[in-house]
Design a protein around this ligand. Sequence first.
Ligand SMILES: *[C@@H]1O[C@H](CO)[C@@H](O)[C@H](O)[C@H]1NC(C)=O
Ligand SMILES: *[C@@H]1O[C@H](CO)[C@@H](O)[C@H](O)[C@H]1NC(C)=O
Ligand SMILES: *[C@@H]1O[C@H](CO)[C@@H](O)[C@H](O)[C@H]1NC(C)=O
Ligand SMILES: *[C@@H]1O[C@H](CO)[C@@H](O)[C@H](O)[C@H]1NC(C)=O
Ligand SMILES: *[C@@H]1O[C@H](CO)[C@@H](O)[C@H](O)[C@H]1NC(C)=O
Ligand SMILES: *[C@@H]1O[C@H](CO)[C@@H](O)[C@H](O)[C@H]1NC(C)=O
Ligand SMILES: *[C@@H]1O[C@H](CO)[C@@H](O)[C@H](O)[C@H]1NC(C)=O
Ligand SMILES: *[C@@H]1O[C@H](CO)[C@@H](O)[C@H](O)[C@H]1NC(C)=O
Ligand SMILES: *[C@@H]1O[C@H](CO)[C@@H](O)[C@H](O)[C@H]1NC(C)=O
Length: 767
Amino acid sequence: MSKITAFLVFLASGLGSASKLPPAFSVPPSDAVDHVNALIGNGGDTPNGSGGMIPSTAPPFAMTRWVAQTQKNYVSVTPYNHTSSSIHGFQGTHQPAIWMGESAQVVVVPGVGEVKSSFEERGLEFNNATKVISPSYYCVELDSGSETIILAEQSATSRVGHLRFTFPISKEAYVLLEATRPTVITSTPTNITYPVGSIAIDPARREITGSNSERQDWIITPTSTAANASHFRGYFCARFDLPFAEWGVVQNGSAVTGATAGDGSLLSGYARFSPGTRTVNVRVGVSFISVDQARRNLDAEIPDDVPLEETARRTRAAWAEKLDRITLEGASEADKEVFYTAFFHSLQYPYEQDEDGFYYSAYDNQVHEGQSYTGYSIWDTFRAEWAWLILFAPERVPAMITSMLQDYQQSGWLPMWKNIVETNIMVGTHADSLIAEAVVKGVKGFDMDLAWEAAYKDATVPPENDGNTTYSDREENVGYEVRAGLSSVYAEKGWVANDVHSESASRTLDYAYDDYALYRLAVALGKPANIVTMLHDRAMTAPFTIFNNATGFMEARDASGAWAGPDEGWTEGDKWAYTFDVVHDIPALALHRGGNASFIRSLDEHFDGGHNDHSNEPSHHIPYLYALAGAASKTQERVREIAQANYNNTPTGLSGNEDCGQMSAWYLFSALGFYPVNPASGEYVVGSPFFDKVTVNLPAVGSPVIRHEQIATGAEIQFEMSEVPEAWGNEQDGETLCLPSWLMLVMRTPPPSMCLEKTSSFPHGRS
Ligand SMILES: *[C@@H]1O[C@H](CO)[C@@H](O)[C@H](O)[C@H]1NC(C)=O
Ligand SMILES: *[C@@H]1O[C@H](CO)[C@@H](O)[C@H](O)[C@H]1NC(C)=O
Ligand SMILES: *[C@@H]1O[C@H](CO)[C@@H](O)[C@H](O)[C@H]1NC(C)=O
Ligand SMILES: *[C@@H]1O[C@H](CO)[C@@H](O)[C@H](O)[C@H]1NC(C)=O
Ligand SMILES: *[C@@H]1O[C@H](CO)[C@@H](O)[C@H](O)[C@H]1NC(C)=O
Ligand SMILES: *[C@@H]1O[C@H](CO)[C@@H](O)[C@H](O)[C@H]1NC(C)=O
Ligand SMILES: *[C@@H]1O[C@H](CO)[C@@H](O)[C@H](O)[C@H]1NC(C)=O
Ligand SMILES: *[C@@H]1O[C@H](CO)[C@@H](O)[C@H](O)[C@H]1NC(C)=O
Ligand SMILES: *[C@@H]1O[C@H](CO)[C@@H](O)[C@H](O)[C@H]1NC(C)=O
């Protein structure tokens, strides 16, 4: 089939395997990185059918991730579908999750013969058996016609993509850079718009530069005279290692050979290489600031003459530095793929967007000095992903918080779902929880006074036009949603009125938890007693204002107090899941449900009745509630059942959307044997580890405090597992040892690493 058989030999070691790398790309050695299967979560028949993940190449928290593009991506469609048979270019993407839009992508397309720019025409069939997929290196053979192939190889650093194309002999090879494309801004694929941009070609510098203003989520940006991302633009600077034999600009399918500049929609630029050219390297620096900055990023991260092998080595080393921190014993090959891919997924978002110490803010359209992050799916990630980041990326957490505080200073509010700028997706101001959890866990290095000011505003200032705006999901042309309905919480008896606001019952419960987080923050920062008391009272009373004694379930209420009906007022969940959504006061919830025994029965009914929906976040903490009511063995059993049913090492191996790491964080904590049910408390509830032995080497943390400290500074936790359910943590023998305290207790002696060990294989634990 091919005229470049040498590469087939070279690829032979990777035949048919997603994880087996050619020798040059498997350094440094890392068993953990080799078990990443980046196709996990790419499957499914609907956007919510699996994780919405793509096999992307980039270091942890990279500004731009690179991926072979098999389909046009937009809200609910990612750029890569593992069932596709053609590749239409290699895309530098900023799409953080399947339900969010793309922003300022750039696409690199290799080809031979006549230049083809449109998505449909430029697609090349690929040889599925020869592809190699890893976090640091991707490679595939593309069929370029007449029994010739193009070998395409891809690696990347945070702000620079590195592509290498090996073309067939005696073909007129070219590489095209797509600056602008047709796009869609809603999940309606027929609603096509044409973002504009520019392209410039500089043959002397061997560069093609350009920009575009594509931002698919613009339609849900909160209305604001300043914080409106109106100047948002993505820039790129692509530099080649060979001189151009020919160049040109293509607009809407028409190529103008020799042109060096263009503006507008449907715009690409290309460079052709002299006949006989075999191998072309192109490095693509990206920037949200300027073309010049994109060029500086290129020179800083992948200077001229750095071979692809070196780029891949550095990116692999960055993953190994993280993933090698956990070693598993007693895990099957499939278990390891699930675990390390989850770890890989958990360290991608939020992503860095500062360049050389500066960042563009879409909140005020200015370039500022400092660090910045975007891609905050906080309604999802406050649950466990943030706790995971505090443990495994503590060096980034202060800047991630500072970034949110900058957003607050520039827009007036902390983010809810920041995708370049706020998008108002989901409910609650859970940035309050991120800040409180960090403070409770002793994270330092950000402005605590400003953090308090910003979070306290969430709890006390309603959004604009709160009295007459529904703030429904993806509602357009509204202000910052923040705690929509907060004025009704004040005016009425504690709940968000269902006849005024969407998702009212979920909001009531989420706002109560956020108030609890604020209460913890107020205590930690020594705020006045009246504020502490106000927040505590609201946190503890609000949930039960919507507890319907007659049914035993939470239920939305109108402003008048009338019950709105059991199916009203929920977001991404129902009365079954949300009735368990009082993570900060499980004892009170258990009492409302008739005491521990009755509460445990209600959990059984929830699970046995098929009401637990692990594919969505409101269910994630529920299996751990047994342990808080004295039935620890049931937690262990349910957690393992859920892990079995919802995670595996295939493309459909995530039952729900990854949501910027939350699905994976659930698995990772559960596999280690504990979970942050009430994140702002700093406590973990103990389950049972999945493997015989897990050894964790944590990165150094600044100034950790209680509970978190015992983990963060290293400790040995021994889980002695027995074949039968044990009394420990179970109510029968009156043993009511608080699990988090127990965790604290056994972690007294800190060895250099944390070992989670069990001595036999099945679910029932004792300490
Ligand atoms: C992938 O493509 C297949 C075939 O076209 C389609 O059925 C499936 O829905 C797609 N999956 C995703 C997640 O886009
Ligand atoms: C997935 O989304 C489709 C619409 O795209 C919806 O009909 C279906 O109910 C959703 N399934 C789940 C399990 O949420
Ligand atoms: C290509 O291989 C992957 C596994 O690596 C598989 O999931 C996919 O379905 C295959 N695609 C085609 C078009 O056969
Ligand atoms: C298409 O997008 C425009 C905004 O550009 C919007 O006003 C319109 O409602 C959309 N139409 C459909 C059918 O989604
Ligand atoms: C967006 O903000 C800029 C200033 O940053 C302002 O000039 C422009 O008028 C605003 N646009 C809208 C639609 O509010
Ligand atoms: C592209 O060209 C076609 C004709 O070939 C024309 O119908 C279409 O309007 C053009 N599109 C844009 C966005 O200019
Ligand atoms: C909503 O209320 C604000 C003042 O609270 C008022 O300015 C605005 O006109 C109202 N909008 C509608 C649609 O009633
Ligand atoms: C439920 O009953 C308790 C007393 O058992 C009462 O204090 C509470 O107000 C009732 N809740 C509602 C919403 O009626
Ligand atoms: C419920 O169980 C928990 C955990 O065992 C225990 O701490 C709590 O005291 C129990 N509550 C009651 C009312 O017995």
